[in-house]
Design a binder for this molecule. Structure first.
Ligand SMILES: [Zn+2]
Length: 361
């Protein structure tokens, strides 16, 4: 009887494996590659503890950078920094930390000094990078009522401090160009985001500076700080056109990019063209996702946790398939073919570039 039970169990396991394989389309060779290429998700937001997270990252031989997001509202500046510090302590060896800078209070003559003091402490706590967000350019205004652009001279002492301390910047400046266009096509990879976050749908807010104004300020800032390594998140808000990204990478040697939450835009472009872009700029692109969690999951059942883990596994797997195979697949409603990048490119994009950039090993 015991043998029958084990046999049935074995059948069940085999059945589960083959159905997973069918679902993901991952061949054995690709699965082996997936298990031997180290990875750093350079743009993640895991705010809350989960019992499965450490082993999940171990299985993917992956680490992640927890990127602080600072938002201002009527109550002040809200950050996730403290949560990320706790996550780092609770999951040793899994995470790295990225601090943040906002422009609130920029008219204060001590603005830069105060922020440098804060950043010193957060670097001592483990911050490997500092993020600036789209509130520069689109949200935060100074005392004169002007939107603060990222090339504002009042921020310069902070850049100088970061340069001297070898701390790079992650820059999410601007939004995808679709934010400045009417939201009339549900197949647009950003349709849901702007439906749910209408405050960033610049088309509906004519007071927000134009896409071109914000991108030009970002470009001037990168050019003015050639010794400051800058990782442009979300493909530098130019994900709809890899030619625009290539043009900047050619111009600014201190600029890097990562495609977090913009794989849908890449998938909407010709895969041969995107592949050529990844191959040509294989030393300048990192792997980032924007994945994370937003629910403390206090009363969750084991089934709910399991479902979340499976979803997360499937989403990382979709991106792996897009980058490493030539399978037909759908990413954010965009039908596309995987890029089939060679192993040496995958190793750089998934791991080595981020490791070098953040000075990890
Ligand atoms: Zn993010």
């Amino acid at each position: 009887m015991k043998n029958v039970v084990s046999y049935l169990f074995l059948l069940f396991i085999l059945g589960a494996c083959s159905s997973t394989k069918e679902k993901t389309g991952t061949s054995q060779a690709e699965a082996i590659e997936q298990q031997t290429i180290r990875k750093i998700d350079v743009h993640a937001h895991y705010r809350y503890a989960r019992p499965y997270l450490s082993s999940f990252f171990q299985d993917w031989i992956m680490q992640a950078v927890l990127v602080d997001v600072a938002k201002e509202d009527s109550t002040g500046i809200n950050r996730s920094w403290k949560q990320y510090v706790d996550m780092d302590i609770e999951n040793p060896g899994v995470f790295y930390l990225c601090s943040s800078l906002v422009g609130v209070g920029i008219d204060d003559p001590d603005f830069a000094t105060k922020n440098i003091e804060r950043l010193k402490n957060e670097i001592a706590t483990g911050a490997k990078m500092v993020k600036v967000w789209k509130n520069f350019g689109m949200v935060t205004k100074d005392g004169s009522g002007q939107f603060i652009q990222i090339d504002d001279a009042r921020l310069q002492p902070v850049w100088d401090f970061l340069k001297e301390n070898g701390i790079p910047v992650m820059a999410h400046i601007g939004e995808p160009v679709q934010a400045w266009r009417p939201l009339d096509n549900p197949m647009n990879p950003h349709y849901e985001y702007y439906k749910n976050n209408p405050q960033y749908h610049a088309f509906a807010h004519p007071e927000i500076p134009s896409y071109e104004t914000i991108i030009a300020a970002r470009d001037r800032w990168i050019a003015a700080n050639p010794d400051l390594p800058i990782l442009c998140a979300h493909m530098g808000s130019m994900s709809h056109n890899v030619d625009m990204v290539a043009e900047r990478l050619d111009k600014y040697p201190n600029m890097m990019v990562e495609p977090a939450a913009r794989f849908g835009d890449l998938a909407s472009q010709n895969s041969d063209k995107v592949k050529a872009f990844f191959v040509k700029y294989q030393d300048r692109i990192m792997f980032g996702t924007d994945f994370g969690n937003y629910d403390p999951a206090v009363d969750w059942t084991a089934e709910q946790l399991d479902a979340e883990q499976k979803d997360l596994d499937a989403t990382y797997n979709d991106l792996w398939r897009y980058l490493s195979t030539t399978d037909s697949l759908v990413i954010r409603k965009q039908h596309t073919r995987g890029l089939g990048l060679p192993r040496e490119v995958l190793e750089k994009v998934y791991f080595q570039n981020a490791s070098n950039f953040l000075g990890l090993e």
